[in-house]
Design a protein around this ligand. Structure first.
Ligand SMILES: Cc1cc2nc3c(=O)[nH]c(=O)nc-3n(C[C@H](O)[C@H](O)[C@H](O)COP(=O)(O)OP(=O)(O)OC[C@H]3O[C@@H](n4cnc5c(N)ncnc54)[C@H](O)[C@@H]3O)c2cc1C
Ligand code: FES
Length: 301
């Protein structure tokens, strides 16, 4: 059991959770992730390590409440426990002195970008971060991220904060006006990473994306998280999560993420029905359990 030290909302749909795990906090590196499970019957949820405090022995994750498992996680409060908190998983980011680097953080992507940006800055790089969100209300950790980097550019779709633009606009402008950019990172929704990769490809600059494929075991055994990079099959959980973005087959990434949309919608419907009813429907619970088992079988097939 792992104790929740802090739990708070950051935006309407995004929560921060800090968990006590001294061993994990000692080993955590920027770019890595954990798998969390609320209780024995819950799904495994992979989440990027957003921050860690080696002295306090804590690890912080930030999650968007998109479906049943993340909503259930959002119901927990400080003082409660989670059943599993496994990690650090995946390969850490390559932190070196590259010179001048640009990082793009889309939506909840601010969470994984923060520890990488901080480490790159500490390694002596000039770090510019472009943060993109649909509107001002969805932004979080603005001051924390600004304090860790050299320059921050905020874009919102509706212009409620920063410039009214999508992130590829300032990314292109920077790559055009600063030929010395040594490396680009883009972390956020797959579609954003795909378009960032297309821009960066024109400038022939190395670029990393952090993929969030559907995972089951997180140890390279089930094959659920497979993607194609440079024509080769890779497993995001052990070969990634970071890959050269211009080499990723984005059609496969996007189509595999949609594999279980109907099951996810049905689970959410059952969950919402249960929330609005005091009656505990054992039939629904059994259906949900079967659905999880069938989904696991299909995802590894
Ligand atoms: C390495 C990695 C790091 C991640 N880091 C973060 C993070 O820091 N913050 C954050 O908000 N989200 C992160 N995610 C995505 C997060 O794991 C999913 O949003 C979550 O599992 C959704 O579960 P759900 O039951 O609430 O939603 P569901 O309704 O089951 O699914 C909603 C969407 O989430 C994705 N998803 C569902 N199940 C999984 C799964 N087992 N593994 C991966 N994706 C899944 C699918 O694209 C799906 O369409 C990360 C994913 C990976 C693989
Ligand atoms: S989740 Fe990567 S191989 Fe199973």
């Amino acid at each position: 059991m792992y104790k929740i030290i802090e739990k708070k909302p950051l935006t309407e749909n995004t929560d921060l959770m800090t968990i006590a795990d001294p061993m994990l906090a000692q080993k955590a590196q920027p770019g890595q992730f954990i798998i969390i499970r609320k209780d024995e019957t819950s799904e495994r949820i992979p989440l990027t390590i957003a921050d860690f405090d080696r002295q306090a022995g804590t690890v912080t994750v930030i999650f968007q409440k998109v479906g049943v498992s993340t909503r259930e996680l959002g119901e927990l409060q400080a003082g409660m426990t989670v059943r599993n908190f496994v990690g650090p998983l995946g390969k850490p980011s390559d932190i070196e002195k590259y010179g001048e680097v640009v990082m793009v953080a889309g939506g909840v992507g601010v969470a994984p970008v923060y520890p990488i940006a901080r480490a790159l800055h500490e390694a002596g790089n000039k770090v510019t971060v472009i943060v993109g969100a649909r509107n001002e209300k969805l932004l979080f950790w603005e001051d924390k991220l600004r304090a860790a980097v050299d320059e921050m550019i905020i874009c919102t779709d509706d212009g409620s904060k920063g410039i009214k633009a999508v992130v590829t606009q300032p990314l292109r402008e920077i790559l055009q006006s600063r030929p010395g950019i040594a490396r680009v990172w883009a972390i956020g929704p797959s579609i954003m990473m795909k378009f960032c990769a297309a821009v960066v490809k024109e400038f022939n600059v190395p670029m990393l994306v952090s993929l969030d494929s559907i995972m089951v075991d997180g140890t390279g055994m089930c094959g659920a998280c497979r993607v194609e990079v440079g024509g080769e099959t890779k497993f995001v959980c052990v070969d990634g999560p970071e890959f050269e973005g211009t080499q990723v087959n984005w059609d496969i990434v996007l189509s595999r993420k949609k594999l279980f949309v109907s099951e996810e919608q049905e689970s959410l419907r059952l969950y919402q029905n249960a929330l609005h009813s005091d009656h505990v429907c054992h039939l629904d619970q059994e259906l949900k359990k079967n659905e999880v088992e069938q989904t696991v079988q299909r995802v590894v097939a």
